[in-house]
Design a protein around this ligand. Structure first.
Ligand SMILES: Nc1nc2c(ncn2[C@@H]2O[C@H](COP(=O)(O)OP(=O)(O)OP(=O)(O)O)[C@@H](O)[C@H]2O)c(=O)[nH]1
Ligand SMILES: [Mg+2]
Length: 415
C-alpha cells in the first residue's frame, strides 16, 4: 500500500535554496519508507512557531492539501516537539512525523543484526515514542504509518508504563553486545592486519564497492540507508598483503546528534581503523555538500587526522571536468581515485592506492637472523610482511615491510 505524503520545510532568511535541497532529499527518504510525495510546502520562518512550527495560515493551507489529496502522512524536515506534533495533527487530521522519526523508521526496516535492532529500538523509544504517546488517539490505529514500525516485524511499543523498563533492559543488552564488539576489535588489533573503514554519504556506492572487491554479498540498493549493520571482509591485495575492510551505515545531512549517539558503537568502526575509504557519488550535484557532511560527522566522532582515500565513484555518470575538479580540490587532503563500481573502471588504481595505504609509514628493510635466533625470527614473521627470504651462511636474510615498532624491536638484526 502506497502512502501519500506532504513534506514541509521552514527556512531562515537567505536559506531558501538549502531548504529545497533538503526537501528533495526528504522526498527520497519518504520514498525509501514507502511514501509518495504529493506536495512540498515551505515557509520563511526565522523562529519556528512554538505551538505549530509553521504559522497559522500555512497550517490551514496544509490542512487543505491533506484533505484534497487524501494524504496519510505529513513529514516535517525539522525536528518537532511532542506538543507541536499533537497540535499540528489536531488541525490536519493525519499522522505527522519529523525527519528523525522518518530516518528511524527506515532504520527499523533495514536493521538485521541483534545490535542494529536494539540500537534502533532504543533510539525509537527515546525519540519517537514520546512523540507518539499522548497523541490522544486510539493507539490501535497505529502500526501501518511511517514512524510506528519497529525493527523486524515488530511494532513500536508505546505504552508509557513499559517504556522505561524496556529502555533499561535494552541498554543492558546493548552494553553486552558492545563488549563483544570490543573483544572482536581487540582481536583484530592484535592481528596486525591493516584495517580500512568505508565511509561516506548514503547511496554513494559503499556496499557496492565492498561487494566488488570481496564478493561480500551485501545488499546494495538505490535506496537511502540500505546498509545499517557494519560488515567486515578480508581483502587480499595482489602483492599478497591481506587487509580488512568494513562497510558501515551511510551519513546524511541533519543527522541529529541523538541518532549519531545511538549508533556510536557501529559508527565507531571508523575510529579504530588504520585509514578511511571515503566513497563519494561524483555524479550527484550535491557531492561537495555530501563530502562536507561526511567530514563533519567524522569530526563529531573524533575521527581526525586519519589517512584518507577518496573514491570518486559513479564516474560512468560524471563528466571528466567534474572528476578533475574533485581530484584537484581534494588531493591535498588525501589520496584520490576515480572509479565506476558499475563498469569496474579505475579498479587497478584503487587497488594500488590501497596497497600504498596498507604500507603507510612502513619501510622495506633487510634483517639477518642467525640460525641461533629462530625464536625471534618466527616472531618477526608475525609482525612483518615478508618480501623475500634467503638462507645464507650467516643466517636467514629476510627482506620485509616493517613498521617502526617492529624495526626498533629487531634493530640488532638489521642489515
Ligand atoms: N551508475 C552507477 N551506479 C552505481 C555505481 N556504484 C553503485 N551504484 C548504485 O548506487 C546505488 C547505491 O549503492 P549502494 O552500494 O547501496 O550505496 P551505499 O553507499 O552502500 O548506500 P547506503 O548503504 O544506503 O548508505 C545502487 O543502486 C548501486 O547499484 C556506479 O559506479 N555507477
Ligand atoms: Mg550500503
Amino acid at each position: 500500500m502506497e502512502n501519500s505524503a506532504v513534506l514541509v520545510g521552514i527556512y531562515k532568511q537567505g536559506c531558501e535554496k538549502e531548504c529545497f535541497k533538503s526537501l528533495n532529499e526528504l522526498e527520497r527518504l519518504a520514498e525509501t519508507a514507502g511514501a509518495n510525495t504529493c506536495a512540498k510546502l515551505t515557509q520563511l520562518k526565522n523562529i519556528p512557531d512554538a505551538a505549530t512550527c509553521i504559522g497559522k495560515g500555512k497550517l490551514e493551507e496544509l490542512k487543505e492539501i491533506c484533505q484534497n489529496n487524501s494524504v496519510s502522512n505529513v513529514i516535517f524536515d525539522c525536528e518537532l516537539t511532542p506538543a507541536q506534533i499533537k497540535n499540528i495533527e489536531n488541525v490536519v487530521e493525519c499522522d505527522v512525523v519529523d525527519r528523525s522519526m522518518l530516518i528511524l523508521d527506515i532504520f527499523a526496516q533495514h536493521a538485521t543484526s541483534a545490535e542494529g535492532k536494539i540500537q534502533v529500538e532504543l533510539a525509537q523509544l527515546k525519540y519517537t515514542a514520546p512523540r507518539l504517546i499522548g497523541k490522544g488517539k486510539d493507539m490501535s490505529r497505529l502500526g501501518g504509518g511511517i514512524g510506528t514500525r519497529g525493527p523486524g516485524e515488530s511494532k513500536l511499543e508505546i505504552d508509557r508504563r513499559r517504556l522505561f523498563s524496556r529502555i533499561s533492559f535494552l541498554q543492558s543488552e546493548l552494553e553486552e553486545l558492545e563488549k563483544n564488539r570490543q573483544v572482536m576489535r581487540a582481536q583484530r588489533e592484535r592481528s596486525q592486519i591493516p584495517k580500512a573503514c568505508i565511509v561516506g554519504y548514503t547511496n554513494a556506492g559503499k556496499s557496492s564497492l565492498l561487494n566488488l572487491l570481496t564478493n561480500a554479498g551485501i545488499l546494495a540498493q538505490d535506496k537511502l540507508f540500505a546498509t545499517l549493520d557494519p560488515t567486515t571482509r578480508k581483502f587480499d591485495l595482489p602483492s599478497g598483503i591481506s587487509m580488512l575492510i568494513t562497510d558501515t551505515v551511510g551519513f546524511i545531512r541533519k543527522l541529529p546528534h541523538h541518532l549519531i549517539h545511538a549508533f556510536k558503537s557501529t559508527l565507531e568502526e571508523a575510529v579504530y581503523c588504520d585509514f578511511l575509504i571515503n566513497v563519494v557519488d561524483s555524479s550527484d550535484e550535491e557531492c561537495y555538500e555530501h563530502m562536507q557532511v561526511t567530514e563533519e560527522i567524522l569530526n563529531s566522532l573524533g575521527v581526525t587526522n586519519k589517512p584518507i582515500l577518496y573514491v570518486f565513484n559513479k564516474s560512468d555518470l560524471t563528466t571528466n571536468e567534474k572528476l578533475f575538479d574533485l581530484r584537484y580540490i581534494n588531493s591535498s587532503k588525501g589520496r584520490v581515485v576515480n572509479v565506476s563500481v558499475k563498469d569496474k573502471t579505475g579498479c587497478d588504481e584503487l587497488i594500488s592506492q590501497l596497497e600504498a595505504l596498507c604500507r603507510y609509514g612502513k619501510k622495506r628493510l633487510y634483517f639477518l637472523f642467525p640460525y641461533t635466533s629462530q625464536g625471534d625470527l618466527s616472531n618477526f614473521y608475525k609482525s612483518s610482511e615478508v618480501i623475500s627470504t634467503e638462507y645464507t651462511n650467516d643466517g636467514t636474510l629476510v627482506y620485509a615491510w616493517v613498521d617502526e615498532k617492529t624495526e626498533n624491536k629487531y634493530s640488532t638484526y638489521k642489515k
